[in-house]
Design a protein around this ligand. Sequence first.
Ligand code: FMN
Length: 397
Amino acid sequence: MLKGKKILVGVTAGIAAYKVANLVRLFIKKGAEIKVVMTPDAQTFVSPHTLSVLSKNKVEIDFFSQEKEWNNHVHIAMWADAFVIAPCTANTIAKMASGVCDNLLLTTYLSARCKVYVAPAMDVDMYHHPTSQSNLKKIVSFGNVIIPPETGELASGLHGEGRMAEPENIVLFLEKGFETHGSFKGKKVLITAGPTYEEIDPVRFIGNRSTGKMGIALANAFAHEGADVTLVLGPTHLSPNNTVTCIRVESSNEMYEHCTNLFKSTDVAIMSAAVADYKAAEYSHQKIKKKEANLKLNLTKNIDILAELGKQKKKQCLVGFALETENVIEYAKQKIKAKNLDFIVANSLQDSGAGFAMDTNKISIIDNKGKVFDYGLKSKEDVAKDILNFTLSYLKK
Ligand SMILES: Cc1cc2nc3c(=O)[nH]c(=O)nc-3n(C[C@H](O)[C@H](O)[C@H](O)COP(=O)(O)O)c2cc1C
């Protein structure tokens, strides 16, 4: 799995840095190509010479070096198929969460387009501190993958969670990350996700509570299966994995433009975005002032992206999403016909654990013959896999 893969290993100043020599050795044994980038403080924990000999490459630490004028963090980042930061200190995690890039490792991280794996390593109390936990959540929301620390004896003499995952387990994690069954290899997949914002005036907009979590999970799942995925994403702080091409948009009009341009060359289109049905009939260039007790806002219908794609459809598999508060299945069935869909994914806001901003979802898939397939409450990642598998068997029919 790792043969010929270019893996960039980032080392920060934690006591577990001594284990990185073994990690590099294991990667090399698996046939991977390794480069190492360290924070300046990490050198006090493990010798760059050791890592240079084991990785068969010069270890990069400083922005400026004697041989070259400067170390190009963009080149280092672009070289990598995967970037694993192990051990990753609380300090570096905090900097990654806020975009600080005051050393070569952090600047490289910000330039990386590949998947980034983070193996936190710190004392139990540092790990459980609310700041560390909140920073970890934040970097996960950016699409980074955490290799969970293990529980055991710590360098401080305390016992608890915070030990860096053993090098063998880090290798397994990366192997799993590169694993692709390739069931969508060569297929172009278009996915929409998130809300849309329809401007009313320079400060106000019509929006909704969607975060894009479900569509992002779908994009990641299809990319993991080898598809060439483009995600047209409405305003959200979340991001897909780096293997997904992400086009960020604000309004439904922008989403529509991108979708119609991409649809011709698409094999599978899944429209999971919560597109606003209406927009302000007239945009006010000045902030609307508070005057009368009641304000009437004139709204006009947005273009129905799904219905438009349904009209343009040739060989594409077109999938819609239906989020309802009542008569879910009935409305979903009507939508399939009206919008020329192959199948629809329906969920109800009345099911607990389903809907906006949740980590879980409960769906039913209804095909174009009206057959209903019910699924249980699952994580959005597992729901994405169910939709992917349904798509796969639908395409094989
Ligand atoms: C002996 C020693 C061990 C340390 N071990 C850890 C550790 O395991 N995890 C951690 O987050 N910080 C640890 N620190 C603190 C970091 O070294 C410190 O926050 C440093 O600024 C991190 O720099 P870096 O993130 O740029 O590599 C340790 C400090 C010392 C002196």
